[in-house]
Design a protein. Structure first.
Length: 264
């Protein structure tokens, strides 16, 4: 068996069309949407709505400012639109139509934090199976899937009135329930990483993303062959070993255009 794994697609439909070439199956670990393009500020949903200069200011605050400064700037941008929710919904649907159509080979997909999972059933056609807190069998191995990313402890997700969009960020209890639903897993497929320091630190953003303790506990208890994930675009380490399990960040697919290959 040969399975190709990608994560953090962020709008790269051209590379996604080729991602399943030569594979028995394609695994997609989320972040399909190109919401903020930190390399080319004209691109992405925010670039299209606000222009490169405004997105550059947002990107600078994400790197150097406080969370409060970033949130205030973001709210100011969205308030400048007559109907921000409708504008974002239209843009997301257009991207999903292109991206889901680009998935070839039998595809198994779970959403990332930069996704709207409620819309996925509308676009996932024949040959695309969406999983979150579920197991699928491929080539005699059990693949377990958990989507989204973790909220910081103590932060309650709220849909602010007039908010244009909310990322797929989950509180720990909700996320851990999905992890607990996975049994006898041979390949652990998640958007976010297990809670290992070298896997959660982004050397460019210079901050730790939030890793899952529940994922790490599952790895130690069930000892899958592989744990594959994305989310951290420039990790301190791309791989780590936990007992018998190879933990692997499959890479920032938007930039590399190359899938990670599993063979058995």
């Amino acid at each position: 068996m040969r399975v190709h794994v990608v994560s953090d697609v962020h709008g790269n439909a051209d590379a996604l069309k080729r991602a399943g070439d030569g594979a028995d199956a394609l695994v997609v670990l989320g972040d399909l949407i190109d919401f903020v393009d930190y390399h080319d500020h004209e691109k992405g949903i925010m670039g299209a709505l606000f222009g490169a200069e405004k997105v550059a200011g947002f990107a600078r605050l994400r790197r150097e400012g406080t969370r409060d400064e970033t949130v205030a700037y973001s709210r100011e941008l969205w308030a400048s639109l007559d109907d921000p929710a409708a504008a974002v919904d239209e843009a997301i649907r257009a991207q999903y139509a292109t991206l889901f159509a680009a998935m070839t080979a039998p595809t198994y997909a779970t959403p990332g934090n930069v996704d709207t999972p409620d819309l996925w059933p509308e676009f996932a056609g024949e040959g695309i199976r969406v999983l979150d807190g579920e197991v699928a069998e491929l080539g005699g191995l059990r693949f377990g899937f958990v989507g989204g990313a973790l909220l910081p402890d103590g932060v309650v997700p709220r849909r602010r009135k007039g908010a244009a969009w909310r990322p797929y960020l989950r509180d720990r209890e909700d996320y851990d329930r999905s992890v607990a639903a996975l049994t006898d897993v041979d390949v652990l497929c998640t958007h976010g990483p297990p809670a290992l320091p070298e896997l959660v630190y982004d050397v460019v953003a210079r901050r730790n993303e939030i890793g899952s303790v529940a994922l790490l506990e599952l790895i130690r208890a069930q000892r899958p062959r592989w744990s594959v994930f994305g989310h951290v675009h420039q990790p301190l380490a791309r791989r780590a070993r936990v007992g018998l399990t190879e933990c692997r960040n499959v890479g920032h697919f938007k930039e590399t255009g190359q899938p990670y290959v599993l063979r058995w």
